[in-house]
Write a new protein. Sequence first.
Length: 553
Amino acid sequence: MTIADERSVVLPSDGHAEEDAAPSRGGPMLVDRTPRRRRSGGVIVVAGPDGAGKSSLCDAITSELFAGASVLRLHHRPGFFPYASRTKGPVTEPHAERAYPAPLSLLKILYVFCDFVAGWHLRIRPQTRSGGWVLLERGWWDLTVDPRRYRLRETPRLISFLGRFLPKPDLTVILEAPTGLLLQRKQELPGAELARQSRSWRSSVPGNARVVYLDASRPIQELVRTVDLELPRRPDLRPGRTGEERWLQLPGTKSLGWLLPRAPRRTSVSSLGLYQPVTVKGRVCWELARTAAAVGGFRLLPADRRLPKDVDPLLDHVPPGGTVAIAKTSHPARYLGLILDERGKPFAMAKIAADDASRRSLELEREALRGFGPLLSAPLSPPRVLGYEDGILLMEVVAWSHRSRPWRLPEEVAFALGRFNVAGRQGPAGTSGLAHGDFAPWNLMRTEAGWVLLDWEETAGGYPPFFDLFHYVVQAHALLGRPSRRDIAAGLAGDGWIGRSIRAYADGAGGDPSEARVRFHQYLSQSNERLDAADPAHRSALRARGRLRTLGT
């Protein structure tokens, strides 16, 4: 049983993002498997100690991966500012010159930093915006690994500090090889120095960079294939532009919450459909974020352009010029995704599974939607599935409207739940039947046409009557604080909105509402067995059920 709320991707019906929400209105069909797309334009840094084969790998990438594309090859830095060198041709003794005095060493670091900043914006960015590629050998962090090559004093803290302000490449490839092999290829540095540099490359590049370490002793074609697989498949936000630093992370913590597009404004507003608020606090925060996005406020917040590698397969389904918004769910290996088209309109919603257990759950949900979804009766309906592949379930966007009291269950929905239970019943009235299994306020969406029910992985037969109704009430009580214990007690006695919902469910199922009290305690016992006291996410649910056990006894 899912206790923590895994909210599905939806869009509110009270905003402009609702227009043309259905992906069936033109655009590519989001079904099954398509070849992985590598977006055009990007920056690759190839680094490593002398003899690792940086130039050879760059040659192979240029000829095999980017054949026919515009490729700008750079060595160490963008080279926007002039740089005088005493050495003409290849450097055969990189450590022959003495280090500069400390003041001059500092000036050189600042000079190179300015060259990186200016060159990135005036040489590299125009190249990538036009769809071309940049291959940069060594790069900025080589200053930290091999300062003697650049005649610098040991200033790793300053270099690391300045490096934080530089734009990040799309991929940093660090070549590694046994010291003996490096010496066979080049004898310009002693073996001890090459070994030190190899170790230093493991710790010099910041942890938020996209880095791959490759064994340089492997065949060059194998290295090229690995680079191709590691290149991000991020979509562009606008035609002809890369997706660099365009995702905002909310909340601002190290753990992933939401990754939302920072621009353009319409896209930012639509991306907030990842979250459907069901509490007062959540609604206030959601509205504030929506207002900030509408006035362009997301542009002012720090950006994090990295998408989790686990969601890469979803990017194969993004239409040209579109983008995605990503949310991490309460499950360790599950994500929610919202695909937006080039105009910032919602294109499709997705569930993404990143491990075997989550993939099995997603397969169960797909089968439940296929087998049990048609058994729902109005005003309830399941989401429409657009496509499925291993690890990704694509569904139509649901245009929902806010509910002021989401913990309250409408009588017509309770009646439809009773009908659903009967549809899978295999015995006389009062025996087990169908249930959604995770029927909760955050999985029920009100639309203009009725109500859409999400998250079907727990759906099955064999559930006792009233299970879905009491799961809704108890989950709302445990996680939203409503209804109160007193309201639940009154409902079991036949009073209030809970009492009315019980009677409506019984009418739909052809049962007896007087059984509700017995079924309620049966539900508490059955649901308790599925909760793990060691899991912090389950503890509040267990405490709530403990408080409710004494009702009516």
